[in-house]
Design a protein around this ligand. Structure first.
Ligand code: GLY
Length: 428
């Protein structure tokens, strides 16, 4: 299903021509294997010193305990979740668990976390539960009413296919990428996030950067460059419009769908239109790190590094590196922390540290270590049997709507376990 990218916007047309050339290189990646191997050997030698000290690294033992405790907690979570539903959150004050149907944007995180935990513990009960939930989730491959298919389908079926590749999973992932691509508008140069009452509105949120990984993967899986082109066009439009001069990002941009002009820059889940909503900054950091991994376009690396600098140098980032839910929350230092934003940041910083040559690489790794260490401690990690079976406490979903305040969140758990896995792979 090649998706036409011809459009009237000359800036986007030029970018697409450049991508076409880059894409040839991308698709010829196997021919570059000898050169890549040489680089890997060189980098590998440099990593040896780090690996040699791994046996002395107490954080690795902490992470192993996190995996084992996570596996136990997710059995509690399974028991509290109806068979046709997906965990959403738990309210500690009332002891009430909340679940969702498969169309909710978070439905992929529970099976995704189960699969990560299965890989680390080899507990087949976790794998079997993940597979059961995948069978409930799979119909969303045809859902064209959401931009969240990357979160929903790649965190779940992407991991399932990585662990045990299958033709069925591959087809589900491809159909998901096709469904997501239907939301791309070449005049705007973005995938639409949310619908609006005004038919000329075209709303794009920074979170949407997280859905691009699915598209990159599908170009690699099929050789169809359409998905890659949509991903880089979305990333470039977002890079041009969503960021302030200090590299913090707005949450929501409203484009005119007929001209591509920016009509509004505002927030939905942050404190104010001009504030820096913590999870939004984390999504941008993670998203541009993925874009660099998949394209090797240095502009994406620099963007991710600039976002990292905004976060890490921010005077309101606490010493324990678990951000307040918004960097400009009015009640800092009494504002709620958001463990989910911290988890996303840690996972992203570990990857970004591997692409960064300057001394900043060490800072990224150090901050990720601090986050993992603090999320693994009782203040954030729940005791087994508590917290409705979720691993982490103290996430913030949608504060301005008074929704999911200071509660566990499925994506907090998913990116925490991902950060632990990435850290283990980095140092072991
Ligand atoms: N809209 C996704 C999030 O809450 O981060």
């Amino acid at each position: 299903m090649p998706i036409g990218l011809t459009n009237n916007n000359p800036k986007i047309a030029i970018e697409i021509a450049i991508f076409d050339r880059k894409l040839k290189l991308y698709m010829r990646a196997p021919a570059l294997v000898p050169f890549i191997l040489l680089s890997v050997i060189t980098i590998g030698n440099a990593c040896q010193a780090q690996k040699r000290s791994a046996s002395k690294n107490p954080l690795l033992q902490t992470i192993q305990t996190d995996f084992e405790d996570g596996a136990k907690q997710y059995k509690v979570l399974k028991a509290l979740t109806p068979a046709d539903s997906f965990p959403k959150t738990y309210y500690p004050k009332t002891g009430k668990s909340e679940s969702s149907k498969s169309g909710w944007w978070c439905s992929g995180f529970y099976p995704g976390t189960l699969l990560y935990l299965y890989e680390q513990t080899h507990d087949t009960a976790l794998y079997n539960e993940a597979v059961r939930k995948l069978s409930v989730l799979q119909k969303e491959q045809f859902n064209k009413g959401t931009h969240d298919l990357g979160f929903m389908m790649y965190c779940s079926f992407g991991n399932a296919n990585r662990i045990k590749p299958s033709a069925e999973y591959k087809e589900i992932l491809l159909n998901s990428a096709k469904s997501l691509s239907t939301r791309f508008n070449p005049t705007v140069g973005c995938i639409k996030s949310w619908d609006s009452k005004n038919p000329s509105d075209f709303l794009v949120i920074i979170d949407n950067m997280m859905n691009l990984e699915l598209l990159f993967e599908e170009t690699k899986a099929t050789g169809d460059s359409s998905y890659y082109k949509i991903a880089v066009t979305h990333a470039n439009t977002t890079m041009n419009n969503h960021f302030r001069p200090d590299f913090s990002s707005y949450h929501v941009l409203n484009y005119d769908m007929n001209t591509g002009a920016v009509k509004e820059k505002k927030t939905a889940q942050g404190f104010a239109n001009e504030s820096a909503w913590a999870r939004g900054q984390a999504w941008g950091l993670y998203g541009y790190t993925v874009c660099y991994r998949e394209t090797k376009d240095v502009r994406y690396l620099q963007q991710a590094q600039h976002i990292a600098e905004f976060i890490l140098k921010h005077p309101n980032l606490p010493a324990d590196k678990i951000p307040y839910w918004d960097f400009n929350a009015p009640d800092i230092p009494n504002a709620l922390r958001d463990a989910s934003a911290a988890a996303v940041m840690a996972a992203a910083l570990i990857e970004l540290s591997q692409y960064t040559k300057s001394k900043d690489a060490k800072e990224y790794r150090d901050v990720a270590e601090t986050i993992i260490k603090n999320l693994s401690a009782p203040g954030y990690k729940a005791a087994i049997g508590t917290n409705g079976g979720f691993i982490l406490q103290h996430g913030v979903g949608h504060k301005p709507a008074n929704s999911e305040e200071d509660v566990p969140l499925t994506y907090g758990d998913y990116y925490f376990i991902e950060a632990c896995k990435r850290y283990k792979e980095l140092v072991k």
